[in-house]
Design a protein around this ligand. Structure first.
Ligand code: C2O
Ligand code: CU
Length: 493
C-alpha cells in the first residue's frame, strides 16, 4: 500500500506516504486558531473524543478522531497551582489513553499505555490488556486500570508556565491514533510569566505542526497495521516512522496568517509522528532573527537568538518574532530546510498593517534559572535506544528490551538527582514523563522533556522526579518507534 520510498531525513529512514490526490495550493487556507477551553470555577473541564468529518483540504471532507471532534483538539489553558480535572469521554470506536505531554502528573492520570478508556457502551475488558491486531507481541498488564466510557484525569498543575500538549498514548497504537487527529495543545500560565510583558492575546499563536497524507477521497492515509499482509521476514514498512507529504499547521495545509507589524509569540509543537523539522522564517530571500523565550518545560533563563528552529517530534519551542522589522505588505514564509518537495514549506505570514506594540522581551525570563545540581555521588544509569528483536521479530528496544508494562528498567527514589546516560543508534527523540530534565553540557536548552538524539550520539541527562511515586514511561517520540516497543517503564518510589 505504500507508494513511498525511503526519505533520509538526517539519519532517519522513515517511510514517506504520498497523497493520492492533488495537493492544495500553498498559502491560501487561513490559519485556524483552535478553540480555547478553560476549566470552570470548580476546576473541571469535559472533553469528548469523537469521530468527525472536517474540512482539511479545500472542498473535501476528512474523517478524524478528535478531542471535541476537532483536529487539533481545543487549546486547554490552565493556571499553575490550580488543580484541574479533565473528564475525557470516549465515543471513538477504539480504546484510548490520554497523556498530557510535559505534565507533572500523578501516575494514575498520566495516560499509562494500558490504562485504557474503553469506548462508551463497550463492556470493560476483564484482563485490561490492549486489543492487538498489530504492534508487538501482545502482553496483558495485570495492573491496568481500565475504565468504561470516560475517565477523570487529575492534573494538580503544580508546575510553572509552559507549552504542553496532549495526545493519545495507547500501547502499540499511539501512531495511528495521533495521525487520525488525537492531539491538542495545553498552555500552563502563571503570574510570573504574565508580568513579563511578552506578546499576548491575538499576538500569541499556538502552532501545532503535523505532516499527513490523504487518499483520493480525502481520507487520511496510514499504512496497514494488519500483520497478515506483511511479507514474512520483511520488517514492517511503517516501523521506521511514517512521514506525510502535506504540512498542516493547526490542521490546515500550508496556511497563511495575516499579522500586524509587531512582535508575536509563537508556541510551536512538532506533533508529527516521525518528521523532524528545521524552520526558518524568510522574507525577501533573508532569514529573520528568532528570539527563543521558552523550551519544553517553560521559560529559559534568558532569551536566545536563533536563525533556525530544530524540532523533533514531541519537542516545543516558544519564540518571539518581530514582524515590525519588515515592511508592511511583506510575506514571511516559514520554510522547513530539511524537508524535500512539498514538505519544504510550512506556512506564511502576511504583514498586513502597522500597529502599536507595547510588548517586550526582558533579558531575564525564568523566575529561577533552569538547572539541577548534580552531586558527584549521583547514581548513574545507562539506556541504549537501538534495534532489537523479540522472538525473531525486529523491534525497537531500550537496553535490548521491548516495552513490557510489568517490567521496570529503573527504579528511582523521589527527589534524587541522577544522571541518565542515553545512547542512540539512529535518530531518536527521547522523551521522559513526569518531570523535565537538563541536558548536561547543553544547559542553554533549558528544561527539556524530549531531546533529539543524533545517530550514534550519547547524552547525559540530569533527572530528578518530584512528588509522585508510581510507574511512568520513557520512550522514543517517533510514534512508530514507540508503537514498535521503544518504550520502558521506570518507577518512582
Ligand atoms: Cu508525547 Cu509519552 O508522550
Ligand atoms: Cu526512535
Amino acid at each position: 500500500t505504500l507508494s513511498g520510498c525511503g526519505n533520509d531525513v538526517r539519519g532517519t529512514s522513515a517511510t514517506l506516504l504520498r497523497s493520492r490526490r492533488p495537493l492544495p495550493t500553498a498559502f491560501e487556507v487561513p490559519l485556524p486558531r483552535p478553540a480555547v477551553r478553560c476549566p470552570d470555577s470548580s476546576g473541571r473541564l469535559a472533553i469528548v473524543q469523537r469521530v468527525a468529518d472536517v474540512e482539511i483540504l479545500p472542498g473535501v471532507k476528512t474523517q478524524v478522531w478528535g478531542y471535541d471532534g476537532t483536529f487539533p483538539g481545543p487549546t486547554i489553558e490552565t493556571r499553575a497551582g490550580s488543580p484541574v480535572t479533565i473528564t475525557h469521554t470516549n465515543e471513538l470506536p477504539v480504546p484510548t489513553a490520554t497523556h498530557l505531554h510535559g505534565g507533572h502528573t500523578p501516575s494514575d492520570s498520566d495516560g499509562w499505555p494500558t490504562d485504557l478508556v474503553e469506548p462508551r457502551g463497550a463492556t470493560a475488558r476483564a484482563t485490561g490488556g490492549p486489543s492487538h491486531s498489530g504492534g508487538h507481541a501482545s502482553m496483558a498488564d495485570p495492573d491496568a486500570n481500565v475504565s468504561n466510557g470516560s475517565r477523570d484525569y487529575r492534573y494538580p498543575m503544580d508546575q510553572q508556565a509552559a507549552t504542553l500538549w496532549y495526545h493519545d498514548h495507547r500501547m502499540d497504537f499511539t501512531g495511528p491514533a495521533v495521525w487520525r487527529g488525537l492531539a491538542g495543545m495545553h498552555l500552563v500560565r502563571d503570574d510570573h510569566e504574565d508580568s513579563l510583558g511578552l506578546p499576548h492575546g491575538e499576538r500569541e499563536l499556538p502552532l501545532l505542526i503535523a505532516d499527513r497524507s490523504f487518499d483520493s477521497d480525502g481520507a487520511l492515509r496510514y499504512p496497514s497495521r494488519d500483520r497478515t499482509l506483511r511479507v514474512p521476514g520483511v520488517t514492517d514498512q511503517w516501523m521506521s516512522g511514517v512521514l506525510g507529504d502535506v504540512m498542516l499547521v493547526n490542521g490546515a495545509p500550508w496556511p497563511v496568517a495575516e499579522v500586524d507589524a509587531a512582535r508575536y509569540r509563537l508556541r510551536i509543537v512538532n506533533a508529527c509522528n516521525a518528521r523532524r523539522v528545521t524552520l526558518v522564517f524568510e522574507t525577501g530571500g533573508r532569514g529573520m532573527p528568532l528570539t527563543q523565550v521558552g523550551s519544553d518545560g517553560g521559560l529559559l533563563a534568558r532569551p536566545r537568538l536563533l536563525r533556525e528552529l530544530i524540532l523533533a517530534p514531541g519537542e516545543r519551542v516558544d519564540v518571539v518574532v518581530d514582524f515590525g522589522t519588515v515592511p508592511v505588505g511583506s510575506r514571511v514564509t516559514v520554510r522547513n530546510t530539511v524537508g524535500g518537495g512539498s514538505t519544504s514549506q510550512v506556512m506564511q505570514f502576511v504583514v498586513a498593517r502597522r500597529a502599536s506594540d507595547d510588548s517586550r522581551v526582558p533579558d531575564r525570563l525564568a523566575e529561577r534559572a533552569p538547572g539541577l545540581t548534580v552531586p558527584a555521588s549521583a547514581p548513574r544509569r545507562h539506556f541504549t535506544f537501538a534495534m532489537g528483536s523479540d522472538g525473531g521479530t525486529a523491534l525497537w528496544t531500550i537496553n535490548g528490551k521491548p516495552f513490557d508494562p510489568s517490567r521496570a528498567l529503573a527504579s528511582t527514589p523521589r527527589d534524587q538527582t541522577e544522571v541518565w546516560r542515553v545512547t542512540s543508534n539512529v535518530h531518536h527523540p527521547v522523551h521522559l514523563h513526569l518531570d523535565p530534565f537538563i541536558v548536561i553540557g547543553r544547559e542553554e536548552l533549558g528544561w527539556k522533556d524530549t531531546v533529539d538524539m543524533r545517530p550514534g550520539e550519547t547524552l547525559d541527562l540530569a533527572v530528578r522526579f518530584h512528588d509522585y511515586a508510581g510507574r511512568y514511561v520513557m520512550h522514543c517520540h517517533n510514534l512508530e518507534h514507540e508503537d514498535m516497543a521503544m518504550m520502558a517503564r521506570f518507577d518512582v518510589t
